[in-house]
Write a protein that binds this ligand. Sequence first.
Ligand SMILES: [Zn+2]
Ligand SMILES: [Zn+2]
Length: 64
Amino acid sequence: MALEMRDRCERCETTELPPDAAARICVYECTYCVACSEAMHHICPNCGGELVPRPRPAARTDTA
Ligand SMILES: [Zn+2]
Ligand SMILES: [Zn+2]
């Protein structure tokens, strides 16, 4: 079963993170809101990985 795109911050579990919202993820796809990421100094508490900005869904642009 494939990993699902999480739509809620794993730390505060109250901040909803729709696909086009600003969010932070680690290499194992732990997902956090920006506020929690900053509070954790951009380090994932689950795996110790660096939290980076989550890429947004591919925009419909014709960049070749
Ligand atoms: Zn949060
Ligand atoms: Zn993690």
